[in-house]
Design a protein. Sequence first.
Length: 348
Amino acid sequence: MIYKNVKIESFGYEVPPDCVTSSDIEQQLAPLYEKLKLPEGRLELMTGIKQRYFWNRGFRPSDGAILAGQKALASSKIDPKQIGCLIMCSVCRDFLEPATATIVHNKLGLSENAMVFDISNACLGLLTGMLTVANMIELGQIEAGMLVAGENSRPLVESTIKAMLEDQSLTRQTVKPYFASLTIGSGAVAFILSKKTLAPDAPSLLAGTSLAATKYNDLCRGNADKGMFDGAETIMNTDSESLLKFGIETASKTWTIFKEETKWKNETPDCICTHQVGSAHRKLLFDTLELDSTKDFPTLSEFGNTGSVSCPMTFAKAMEAGGLSRGDKISLLGIGSGINCTMLGVEL
């Protein structure tokens, strides 16, 4: 998909207040670590994640999305009434129905003429939402659209710790599927996309490519949908090694297609923003795609894997950090369980 008329007009993000280190989590798991003779510091060593953030108890995904949305609106020059679509894109949502986007839409005071719905696509949700809104803008259906996501990791991490401590049958081998859930962090992000005439100087969304390898849909699965709130007892089982292998394989194929469609080369991006999963994933991704790792903008160590918030918030922080110039090109690389892969190209 090539875009000629789509701008990333503004963005906003919100970092939760409660910083939880990998050491904090290991202290809670001390009885299990002692039983299995697991070395202290294993979690950070394996993943590269020093800390992550949690919302306060009782905080809902919509609450984070609203805060990020308010920031995006505050930095936007677009009349909120011009926003013709609002999509909630996170893994986490307040409840099964109605769409969590309806809560966000109401609180942000957007037009009643806007389309309002949720998109669920694991960690690719917001990138998928960007493509959806970009297509609507390119087709002339709307002038602008907003994507929001609010990930709440506390229930998953706390449920995982509880399950690990209660399962007396765990071994050093069978404990592995739980560790991916301990890397998850919370956060919220919002993007406003618009047609070119509304924001001529804003970064341009140039292209997007997606590829599905759904024969691997069983490598990372959560339990039945009970919402994402305190006490939900959410559990995920992840075959991290296979997900890494086949996720990178899918990314390699996607990158090849992306380069064919955009005429980019491996050297083209001036900055690379990825879905932050783990240090091993990062190294294998850059090695396999033959990308310059010095162009990476990492946020993993500080925030962990924040799901659908990860890649777009990394882009937002890269934009804020400075060092980029007009005309620079940025690639957004996302891999989500399923397996789905989406890659976007942006020009400043």
